[in-house]
Design a protein around this ligand. Structure first.
Ligand SMILES: N[C@@H](CCC(=O)N[C@@H](CS)C(=O)NCC(=O)O)C(=O)O
Length: 217
């Protein structure tokens, strides 16, 4: 059955892989599933046809037969449950990997998004100079805890899983801030994710959309 996802026609990051279709592409590449991409403009995302797929008018969406999904957590979990490669077979290990997906999305991602807003959306506000260090420290607080939990392991719980895919995707947003480098084990963790052939294929595919050049790999 054909899988179709949506992605930005022109991503605000110019193809740095930070738009969330990249994590869905990555999951599909990890499990070896082909997919098609429907590109949408910012205007089209707020029109009825797209809102019927995504109530919040965002990307990515995922369509497969009569199944339509939104929210990357749900999409990646669906992919991981249907295809081997992203979740352990052992029931407890599987649940722990899913727990890391939730942790990435509901505990680690919010302060990182807040930092993005503080810099990009609120950068010109008079109070921003006072607020920004507080927001940065909230990110540091989470990273400190995550760093302690990862320790010197390669992945969060044994073998690479959908939990790592989601966590690395979330942390990637911090690369340009310099904060990630304050935690060398987390910087190395993200680099391990980026070095995976499936990630590279996903990254190249989204970059090609934004540069208009076909992927090289
Ligand atoms: N929680 C959602 C967030 C989706 C989201 O924020 N998508 C962004 C692109 S990465 C978007 O569509 N932004 C445009 C907008 O909100 O209008 C998910 O994980 O799928």
């Amino acid at each position: 059955m054909t899988i179709t996802i949506t992605a930005f026609e022109k991503s605000p990051d110019g193809g740095k892989g930070l738009a969330r279709d990249t994590r869905v592409r990555w999951a599909l590449e990890e499990v070896g599933q082909r997919y098609e991409v429907r590109l949408v403009s910012f205007r089209a995302m707020k029109e009825p046809a797209h809102l019927a797929l995504h109530p919040f008018g965002q990307i990515p969406t995922y369509e497969e037969g009569d199944l339509a999904l939104f929210e990357t957590g749900s999409i990646v979990l669906h992919i991981a449950e249907r295809h081997a490669g992203l979740l352990p077979r052992d029931a407890n290990a599987r649940t722990r990997a899913i727990t890391w997906m939730f942790a990435a999305l509901s505990t680690v991602e919010p302060p990182i998004l807040e930092l993005g807003n503080a810099k990009l959306v609120e950068g010109d506000k008079a109070w921003n100079k006072e607020r920004l260090p507080l927001v940065e420290d909230r990110v540091r607080g989470r990273l400190k805890q995550l760093s302690a939990s990862l320790g010197d392991a390669d992945w969060l719980d044994g073998a690479f899983s959908a939990g790592d895919l989601m966590m690395a995707s979330v942390l990637l947003r911090l690369k340009s801030s310099g904060i990630l480098d304050e935690f060398p084990n987390l910087a190395a963790y993200v680099a391990r994710g980026e070095a995976r052939p499936a990630y590279k294929r996903a990254f190249d595919a989204q970059l090609a959309v934004n540069t208009g050049k076909p992927p090289t790999g």
